[in-house]
Ligand binder design. Structure first.
Ligand SMILES: Nc1nc2c(ncn2[C@@H]2O[C@H](COP(=O)(O)OP(=O)(O)OP(=O)(O)O)[C@@H](O)[C@H]2O)c(=O)[nH]1
Ligand SMILES: [Mg+2]
Length: 373
C-alpha cells in the first residue's frame, strides 16, 4: 500500500466521520426491561475498537456512551420509579445545556422502554415522557419483550398499549411500538418490530444526523443504500463541477479526492473500519500503485475512449457519469462486505475476486459513457 494512498484515504475517511457526526439517543426505562438488548439488536453489539471506552458523564448520573456515529445516553445508579425527580432534573439540565452546542452534541431522540407484559403504566412514567417532550426531545415509546403468535401480539401487551394510548401522550406516532429484540432460545419466539422503531426514530431525527443513524444501525440495508445514493449524487454533481473548470491537467486529477471521499462515506455507512475499507478500495481500483495525477490516469483507464485523453481533460458528463458508476460499483462492494458475502480465500478476503466484482459492476454502468471532445 503506498504512502500516498494510505494518507489520502485516511484523510477522507476522518473527514467523512466528522461530517456524519453522531446521533445521540437517550434510553430510559426500568432496570431489566431490555434496553441494552434492544439497542444491541438494532445497532449491533459494540465492538471494542469502535471507540467504546469509559462513558462520558453528562450529569452526575447521566452517561454518554460513544459508539462511532451512535451516542447512547442513559442513567446509572438511579432508578425510574424511585429517583424520578433526580433523573428528570439531570436530563432537563443536560438537554438545556446541549442546546448551544453543535448538532452532534445534542440529544436528538429518546426511547422510553416499558416491558410489554407489565400490566400497568404508572403516573411517574407519564410525567417522565411529558417532561422529555416538553424539552422538544421526540419520545418513542417501546414496549419490550412482547410475545407474538400467529401474527397477533400477546393480549396483555395489547391492553397495556391501549392504556398508554388512552393518555394522549406527546409520543412519536401517538402509540407505543411493540417489539421483541432477541430470539428466545426456549420458546423460539423470533424478534419483531425493530424496523418500525428504527424507521420512526429516523423520521423524527434532525436531518443533519439522519445519515449518522443510517450508518449506526445494523438492520436496515435499504436505509444505508438510500443514504449512499444521496452521497453518490452529491459526489457526481461535484465531479461535474470540477470537470467544468477549464484548466488543463486538472479535471481528471480533481476527481480523485472527490471519489475517495465518496468511497469513504459509503464505507462509514456500512461500518467498515479504515483498514478494511482501504484494503477493499485498493483491491477494487488498484489506485494504490500510483500517486496523485497518475492515479487519475489510472481511474481514466476505466473509461472507454478516455484513456488517451490529452492532458487529462475530461468533460463534465464523463466526470459525472464515471463518478456515478464508481459509486454504484463501490456500493456493491460495501454491501457485500457488510453482509459478509465477499469472496474469501482461507478466511481472508480474496482481493482478486473483489477486483473482478468491482470491475464487472463498473462495466455494467460504463458503456453509456463516452468522451466526446
Ligand atoms: N429473549 C429475549 N430476552 C430479552 C429480550 N429483552 C431482554 N431480554 C433479557 O432480559 C434481561 C434484561 O435485559 P437487558 O437488555 O439487560 O435490560 P436493561 O433494560 O438494559 O437492564 P439494565 O441495564 O439493568 O437497566 C436479559 O437477560 C436479556 O437477555 C428479548 O427481546 N428477548
Ligand atoms: Mg442495560
Amino acid at each position: 500500500m503506498t504512502q500516498w494512498f494510505t494518507e489520502t484515504f485516511r484523510t477522507e475517511f476522518d473527514k467523512q466521520a466528522e461530517e456524519l457526526g453522531r446521533i445521540n439517543l437517550a434510553i430510559f426505562g426500568k432496570t431489566g426491561v431490555g434496553k441494552s438488548t434492544l439497542v444491541n439488536a438494532i445497532f449491533g453489539e459494540p465492538v471494542a475498537q469502535t471507540g467504546i471506552g469509559a462513558p462520558v458523564t453528562m450529569g452526575s448520573h447521566l452517561y454518554l456512551d460513544k459508539r462511532g456515529t451512535l451516542g447512547v445516553i442513559d442513567t446509572r445508579g438511579l432508578e425510574i420509579g424511585r429517583d424520578d425527580a433526580e433523573i428528570l432534573k439531570e436530563i432537563t439540565k443536560a438537554v438545556k445545556e446541549s442546546r448551544g452546542r453543535p448538532i452532534a452534541e445534542q440529544i436528538h431522540v429518546a426511547w422510553y422502554c416499558i416491558r410489554g407484559m407489565d400490566r400497568r403504566f404508572e403516573e411517574v412514567e407519564e410525567r417522565f415522557i411529558r417532561t422529555l417532550a416538553d424539552l422538544d426531545v421526540p419520545v418513542v415509546v417501546v414496549l419490550t419483550q412482547v410475545p407474538m403468535r400467529d401474527g397477533a401480539y400477546h393480549p396483555d401487551a395489547i391492553e397495556l398499549a391501549r392504556q398508554i394510548q388512552a393518555r394522549n401522550l406527546p409520543i412519536v406516532g401517538g402509540r407505543p411500538f411493540m417489539t421483541y429484540a432477541m430470539r428466545d432460545q426456549f420458546t423460539g419466539q423470533p424478534p419483531h418490530g425493530l424496523m418500525d422503531v428504527l424507521r420512526a426514530t429516523f423520521h423524527v431525527a434532525p436531518e443533519a444526523v439522519q445519515a449518522a443513524l443510517a450508518a449506526a444501525q445494523a438492520i436496515d440495508l435499504e436505509l444505508k443504500a438510500s443514504q449512499a445514493h444521496k452521497a453518490i449524487a452529491a459526489s457526481t454533481a461535484a465531479a461535474a463541477a470540477a470537470a467544468a473548470v477549464p484548466i488543463p491537467f486538472s479535471s481528471a486529477a480533481m476527481l480523485v479526492p472527490i471519489q475517495l471521499a465518496m468511497m469513504a462515506r459509503l464505507a462509514h455507512l456500512h461500518k467498515l473500519s479504515l483498514d478494511r475499507a482501504a484494503v477493499l478500495a485498493i483491491a477494487s481500483t488498484s489506485l494504490a500503485t500510483s500517486a496523485g495525477r497518475a492515479a487519475a490516469a489510472g481511474l481514466l483507464k476505466f473509461i472507454p475512449g478516455a484513456g488517451s485523453v490529452a492532458g487529462g481533460v475530461i468533460n463534465a458528463s464523463v466526470a459525472s457519469g464515471f463518478t456515478l458508476a464508481m459509486g454504484e460499483a463501490w456500493l456493491v462492494v460495501c454491501q457485500r462486505a457488510a453482509n459478509r458475502t465477499l469472496p474469501t480465500v482461507g478466511g481472508v478476503v480474496d482481493t482478486e475476486a473483489v477486483k473482478r466484482l468491482f470491475e464487472s459492476e463498473l462495466a455494467k454502468r460504463l458503456p453509456r459513457i463516452r468522451q466526446r471532445d
